[in-house]
Every structure is written in C-alpha cells, then in structure tokens.
Design a protein around this ligand. Structure first.
Ligand SMILES: *Cc1c(COP(=O)(O)O)cnc(C)c1O
Length: 380
C-alpha cells in the first residue's frame, strides 16, 4: 500500500543543479544569489523591497523590532497559529495579547480585535503592533484590521509564512498590505529553500533596518565591500544578529519561484477535488471568503461534532494516510498557559479540537484524493 504523506516538497534536478553550481562558485552565503532571489521575490509579490533571512521566525523578530516593539510592550495577535508567531513577540521582550479567530477562515476576527483595542492596556503595556496571520495561506480580512490599526497609528506586521501566491482582493499577499509581510521557506510551505524567510515592505527605511540587523549590525554588506574598488571600513551601528540566508538556499529559492504559478495551480486543483469529494461526508470543508484566494498551503477540514479527532487520525494512519491536527493554540502551551487559561479563546480552542489537516502536495494524484476521502468516510 502506497503511503500518502501529509506534505511533500516539490524539489527536482533544477534545484539540485542550482545548489551545486553555487557550491562550486566560491560564494556560498548572503551574496549575489541572495540579491537575485530578493529581486525576483519582490517582483513576484509586487513589493518595493524584499530582504532574505534564515527563517520566517527571525523575519517576524526583525519586523517587530523594526516597527519599534520593545520590552514592556504588547503585540496583539492570535493564539491559533504556529507557536513561532507568539514566540517572535517574546523574542522582542514584549508580550502577546491574543484575540479569538473567525471560525470559518481561522483568521483574526476583526470584531474581536476591535473589542481588544477598546480595553485599557495601561497595566499591560503599550500596544506596539498588530501581528496578523494569513493562516495556512488563507488571507485574513485585512480591510477592517488595517482600518482599526491606522485609526490608532498602530503598525501592522503580516505573518505570511504560508501565504506566498495567496491574494487579497486580487492583490498578492506581501505587496504588503500592512507595513511588513514575513514569509517562510520551510519544506512544509508552498516553496522551500530547506529553511529560510523573507521580509517585504514598501518602506525603504524599514528595509534598511532589516539589512542592518540580519548581518550583525554591520553598515555594509560583505558583497558590496567585496565588489567595491575602494577600501571600505565597516562600522557596527547597532547590536545585530546573524540571520543571513545562504546563497545555496537562495539558488534553490530562485528555481522554486520560477515554478510558483504551476505549484499554486496544482494546489488549487487538488483543493477543488477535495471540496467536491468531501461534500457528502459530514466534515466541514474550508471556503474562501469573497475577498480571498488561498494558495491551499494546507487543507484543514472540521470534523463533525462528536467525531473523535485522534481516532479518526489513527484510522487513516492504519490505511497509510498521514494527517495532522489543524492549527494548535499557543495559549494552551506551557510558555503562555499561565496567563491564558483554557476556555478564554473558545473559537480558537474549538478549531484546534476539531480541525484535521488532510494530505495536499504537488504530485498528489486524483486517486490519492479519492483514497483519503474514502478513508475519512469509513472512519466516520
Ligand atoms: C511556518 C510558520 C512560521 C515559522 O516559519 P519558519 O520559517 O519555520 O521559522 C511562522 N508562522 C506561521 C503562521 C507558520 O505557519
């Protein structure tokens, strides 16, 4: 019996050759290929700037620092996300304040955000940013969120880890709609560089901050110094980090980016097949709201009430089908649980308890989709 994995990166000869060529080129970390990948990425999403880093987690860290998040501040975000979202706030010495999600899109509920912004934060700290997630590639309802933020002059960072190629009202996520968008190239995402991340912005001053911070606070890049006819003495303006992407990763990323349209097309076709086949199974399928087009980085269904999550997953596993729960809530994990008792974010918690991520990856066949749906039907 053929195993059906939960996900599979789409990597081939072209990526392997690009990595090999880079190894043999003599320039292996943040250099000409990182620059080329940044330029190609910016034009793919329609942003003025793109800055490559070693992961989305560090991209979120730099984005929050760049908009001024500092120790003692609070950042409003969702708990119902990969835990890196909340952790990035803590990396700045700030504290996340979680708001509940919209049950259909699994994204920040603008009404919950509005209620939260009306609260008195004097004892907790200044609201320094809103960190909005486009969960599993489904764009959040940005219009009301951006309006609430701009009325109060609060910067907005988009956690677009999964959202490359997704669209909000016909515009690519990452344009960006907020101040900064952050992407991931982990193998579970739509394109991969092994690990890696990208920050996009239309603000040159923010982009300059990312570049300084990712490279130890050094005021000139290694490549610029190397390429200059004049001797350049570098200076270290701030306490920075080593968050560099390597040229080997960027070379792979350039090849992946060329295939982005075809990869998304295939994901959308698989999602369409699932929606059709799952219609009569009792599970609730994900739907795009009128403002959004998903890239279907993951396909999360909601089990019927009373359908046991663990038992369903075990039954599918026995048939060689690998699933995951949906998204986990950060506030139910040890680092956050003390301040956020169970029950405080009911829609987030319900989504965790009833969510089921089905296999979806380029190269998955129609027969595989049918097998997953049949197994789900048998388990119910
Ligand atoms: C994957 C993911 C991250 C972390 O990305 P890395 O590149 O692995 O650091 C952050 N936020 C969300 C929503 C994610 O899905």
């Amino acid at each position: 019996m053929k195993e059906i994995p939960i996900a599979k990166p789409s990597l081939g000869r072209a990526e392997a050759q690009a990595a090999a060529d880079t190894v043999l080129s003599g320039w292996v970390t943040q250099g000409p290929r990182v620059k080329a990948f940044e330029d190609a990425f910016a034009s793919a999403v329609g942003s003025q700037h793109a800055c490559a880093v070693s992961s989305c987690t560090v991209a979120l860290h730099l984005a929050l620092l760049a908009v001024g998040v500092k120790p003692g501040d609070v950042v409003i975000t969702v708990s119902h996300s990969f835990i890196a979202t909340a952790n990035a706030v803590r990396h700045c010495g700030a504290e996340p304040v979680f708001v509940d999600i919209d049950a259909d899109t699994l994204n920040m509920d603008p009404a919950a955000l509005e209620r939260c912004l009306r609260e008195d934060f004097d004892d907790k700290g200044r609201v320094a940013a809103i960190l909005v997630v486009h969960q599993v590639g489904m764009p959040a309802n940005l219009e009301p969120i951006l309006r609430l933020a701009s009325e109060r002059s609060i910067p907005v960072v988009e956690d677009a880890a999964c959202a490359i190629g997704a669209e909000f009202r016909g515009e690519r996520i990452g344009k960006p709609h907020g101040d900064i968008a952050c992407f991931s190239f982990h193998p579970r995402k739509v394109i991969t560089t092994g690990d890696g991340g990208m920050l996009t912005t239309n603000d040159a001053a923010l982009d300059a901050k990312f570049r300084l911070l990712r490279h130890h606070g050094m005021d000139v890049s290694d490549y610029a110094r190397h390429s200059s006819d004049d001797v350049i003495f570098e200076r270290y303006a701030v306490t920075g980090f080593n968050y560099r992407m390597t040229d080997i990763q960027a070379a792979v990323g350039l090849e992946q980016l060329k295939r982005l349209p075809e990869l998304i097309k295939e994901r959308r076709e698989l999602a369409r097949m699932y929606a059709e086949a799952l219609a009569s199974t009792g599970v609730q399928i994900p739907r795009e709201p009128e403002y959004a087009r998903s890239n279907w980085q993951s396909y999360i269904v909601r089990l019927a009430p009373g359908q046991d999550q663990r038992r369903t997953m075990q039954a599918l596993k026995a048939r060689g089908i690998h699933t995951r729960r949906g998204i986990m809530c950060a506030h139910l994990e040890t680092p956050y649980a003390a301040a956020w008792p169970k029950g405080c974010l009911p829609r987030s918690e319900e989504a965790q308890e009833r969510g089921l991520t089905l296999p979806l990856y380029p190269g998955m066949e129609r027969a595989d989709v049918a097998r997953v749906v049949e197994a789900l039907r048998a388990a119910a």
